[in-house]
Every structure is written in structure tokens, then in C-alpha cells.
Design a binder for this molecule. Structure first.
Ligand code: ASP
Length: 344
């Protein structure tokens, strides 16, 4: 079911509509009906900061119609924002004070992919991931090798630790406090999109968990975990505690549920249910969230606990929506590896 009228679709510019009353109406409709974008391209991304990223993707797409350029441009915008403490420059460092970034990119046709893990001193890991995909016979480069490759490709080496983050890291070191997992110390931009011709692509970029062990790599650069794109079915991306996504190939699982016929939102929710069952801890303790988009332009998201904000843009529309939420109460299970039949 389409949630945006033809009149709304034809009205003024996307940015103008996004701020106004029409946006509110569409937002309400988007939340209460099957989430279907009435026009392509569609961009879906994690968190409120996904909105300007989607809009950058849309601007880039309008320039040359390249979905891959669009995905990269959206993620680069988030990476460049030094006030964002969980992606790119300005991200929180590992325990040793070095900012170590993870990113991957995937292009539907041919299932092409590139990825970098734990890369230091390079401000745009998404672009390095794309270079890995396009210029090497490999899929993933990590650490020193990833940086050496980036430098060889002409990327500049720069200090990514801002004064603010250095100060906070020093205070953390002094306090020796174990950091609680929460929204303040980790996030990721996962951005997935579909072009007018149905081509799918996506990317993912993060500085990972704040003060993680040096060398720790999360779900974000791992294909099938932080991101997965299947050009026949759809795309999915993740944000949250990577350890609770990568043990389950979370984004791949979302896409597989869409293959079985679930809507993007239900595919995300079913993935969370299954992960919670297998993990055994209460779902509220997992801190994981998924976004999804299928080949028909339907989109959706689900997160543990209270859920999370995610951003959607398509022609004449750009806004932040609230995901479906899955708490222990709504799942109705105590946790503990019960077989699937018992949970239904
Ligand atoms: N998934 C990221 C990681 O574990 C962090 C996040 O998205 O919150 O590195």
C-alpha cells in the first residue's frame, strides 16, 4: 500500500516538503501503513544523522544517476562531521587512544563488495572500501595493510582524534571506568538504497565501540553482519553492539527473511527475535537495530528495547521515522535457546 499521495509526490522540493506539514502527514502515514516509497530512488539509513546523509545521497544521485556514488556521498557526509563521535573523523578512539575505523560497501549487480577494518588516520574509510572493491582482487583489508593501500591510492593521512575526544578519552583512562553500552558511546551509519531501475547498493561506516580493545573489529565492515545487499531481494544494515550482530550474520538474516516473504520491518523484527532466542539474554540487553529495504521499494526497521530512529528519503520526501521496537515483554520470552515452535 502506498503511503504518499500523487499530490504529495508532485509537490515542491524534497527539502521544502521535509520540513513542513506535508512531511508530518507523510511521516504519520509512513508509520501507520506498509512502508512503501512511491518513487525511486529510495535511501534508508540509521539514526537521525541518516537524514542529512540520505539527502546528500539524493543530491549526488540527481547529478549522475550512480547509486554507488550516491551511497558513498551520503556516508562521506557523516564521516566528515567531526561532531559525530561514532563515525569517521571525531569518532571515539580505541582504548589506546587511536581512532580505528571500520567500513564496507556493497553493490548489488554482481554482488561486488569492499571493506576495511581497523584502519587508522584515514578520514573516509567508505571510500577506501570502495577502492578495495574496484581496484584490488580482494574484498577486505585491515589495519596497517588497509592504511598502506589507502596512502598508495592518494588518500591523505590525518589525525582523526579531535581535542574534545582526546580530553574525554584521557578522563576515561584516569577513571578506569568500565563503559556502559548505550547510545552515547557507539553508533554507525548504515545506508542502503535502491535506484530507479531496481539496482540495490549499501554502505556502512563506524568508529566502533568507544574505548574498544585496540584491534577490535565489529560487525560494520563484515559483509552479512553490518551490511548485506542481495540484488534479487533487498538490502539490510545494522547498528548497535557489533558482537551481538556478527555472531548471527544479522543483515544476511534480515535479507533471507525478506526472501521468505516477510516485509522489511517484519524481517528485522524476526531477526531480533531469533538472535534473542539463540543468545539467551533478555532482548533489551542486546542493543541492536536493523534497517531493511526490498526490491519493491518497501522499507522498515526494528530495534531492541525502545527501538531507534532511522531516516528515509525518496523523491519529495525526507524524514526521520521511529523503528518498530522489541522489548522482552513484546517478544514474550524469557530467553534461553527455546526452539522456534515454542516461541510462536
Ligand atoms: N555496530 C558498531 C560496532 O559494533 C557500533 C554501533 O553501530 O553502535 O562497531
Amino acid at each position: 500500500m502506498k503511503h504518499c499521495s500523487r499530490r504529495g509526490f508532485l509537490s515542491k522540493g524534497m527539502m521544502a516538503v521535509a520540513g513542513g506539514a506535508a512531511s508530518h502527514t507523510m511521516k504519520t502515514q509512513a508509520q501507520s501503513h506498509a512502508h512503501v516509497a512511491p518513487a525511486r530512488p529510495v535511501f534508508v539509513s540509521t539514526w537521525g544523522f541518516g537524514k542529512p546523509a540520505n539527502e546528500a545521497s539524493m543530491r549526488q544521485y540527481k547529478k549522475n544517476g550512480s547509486l554507488l556514488d550516491a551511497v558513498e556521498a551520503g556516508i562521506r557526509l557523516t564521516e566528515a562531521d567531526k561532531s559525530n563521535a561514532s563515525v569517521g573523523a571525531g569518532g571515539k578512539p580505541a582504548a589506546n587512544g587511536k581512532v580505528q575505523l571500520d567500513a564496507c560497501i556493497m553493490f548489488g549487480p554482481g554482488s561486488k563488495a569492499g571493506s576495511v577494518g581497523g584502519i587508522e588516520d584515514i578520514a573516509h574509510p567508505i571510500s577506501v572500501a570502495r577502492a578495495v572493491m574496484e581496484k584490488t582482487p580482494h574484498v577486505m583489508l585491515v589495519g596497517k595493510g588497509a592504511k598502506a593501500f589507502a596512502l598508495d591510492q592518494g588518500f591523505a593521512s590525518e589525525n582523526l582524534l579531535t581535542a574534545q575526544q582526546r580530553q574525554e578519552w584521557r578522563a576515561w583512562k584516569r577513571s578506569r571506568k568500565k563503559l556502559e553500552v548505550g547510545e552515547k558511546n557507539h553508533d554507525t551509519i548504515a545506508l542502503i538504497g535502491i535506484a530507479e531501475d531496481g539496482t540495490l547498493a549499501g554502505g556502512c561506516s563506524t568508529s566502533g565501540l568507544a574505548y574498544k580493545m585496540a584491534g577490535r573489529v565489529g560487525d560494520s565492515p563484515i559483509l552479512g553482519s553490518g551490511l548485506y545487499v542481495d540484488n534479487e531481494i533487498g538490502a539490510a544494515g545494522a547498528t548497535g553492539v557489533g558482537e551481538n550482530v556478527m555472531r548471527f550474520c544479522g543483515s544476511f538474516m534480515v535479507v533471507e527473511y525478506m526472501r521468505q516473504g516477510l516485509s522489511p520491518e517484519e524481517a528485522c523484527a524476526e531477526t531480533l527475535r531469533r538472535i534473542a532466542r539463540l543468545d539467551g539474554r533478555p532482548v533489551d540487553e542486546l542493543h541492536i537495530n536493523f534497517i531493511a529495504l526490498n526490491k519493491k521499494g518497501q522499507f522498515g526497521a526494528a530495534g531492541t528495547g525502545k527501538g531507534f530512529p532511522y531516516a528515509v528519503a525518496y523523491p519529495e520526501f525526507s524524514d526521520v521515522l521511529q523503528s518498530k521496537s522489541l522489548s522482552q515483554k513484546s517478544i514474550g520470552i524469557e530467553g534461553g535457546n527455546a526452539p522456534i515452535e515454542e516461541q510462536q
